[in-house]
Design a protein around this ligand. Structure first.
Ligand code: HEC
Length: 156
């Protein structure tokens, strides 16, 4: 009986936290989007270290894993983390988003599409292990990150 009660309690707790994560409140949205971008940045850094700087040993499987992580994040629907109420920092949770991100829907759509295309191409090319092609696709992805930052992120 005790076990059963505990079991259903933890099921309830899990259900509650999943619900909270599926519809994050404004502060969580800022935390999640910054985490997503930081995670992509880490993975971009690994590809750069392996393919360009040579500070990490060239490892096609690791390049592919990093590219897949970037593409998966790009495909995760991060637009849902920019609802009204997330334009400004909330308490200690700072945001560097610019207000244009919430008004210039056409422009945001363009940079988001370009980014999605580049990230998915990088993941495709990473499967081949072709270093020269990976470097090209990596550069295009980096440009697409910058394309959004130049317009919609405060200078950091
Ligand atoms: C569609 C627009 C867009 C694209 C594409 C984009 N970013 Fe960003 N990025 C932002 C915005 C907006 C912020 C600021 C988020 C905030 O502070 O709320 C940001 C913040 C960041 C941050 C800082 C996170 C933090 O903790 O403050 C990093 C790092 C970053 N982006 C890296 C990347 C990388 C790497 C890519 C490409 C692989 C990328 N971004 C693609 C819009 C974009």
């Amino acid at each position: 009986m005790r076990k059963l009660v505990l079991g259903s309690m933890s099921a309830l707790l899990i259900a509650t936290s999943l619900q909270a994560n599926a519809q994050p409140d404004p502060e969580e949205q800022i935390i999640f989007r910054k985490a997503g971008y930081s995670f992509m940045s880490w993975n971009m850094g690994k590809i750069k270290a392996m393919a360009i700087d040579g500070t990490m040993a060239w490892d096609p499987a690791q390049v592919q894993a990093a590219a897949n992580s970037i593409a998966a994040t790009a495909n995760s629907g991060m637009g849902a983390l920019f609802t009204p109420g997330t334009e400004k920092s909330i308490g200690d949770t700072k945001t560097n988003v610019r207000p244009e991100m919430f008004t210039d829907m056409e422009g945001v759509g363009k940079v988001a599409m370009a980014f999605s295309k580049a990230a998915n191409e990088l993941a495709e090319v990473a499967k081949t292990g072709d270093k020269a092609a990976i470097i090209k696709a990596f550069a295009a992805t980096g440009d697409s990150c910058k394309g959004c930052h130049d317009k919609y992120r405060e200078k950091m």
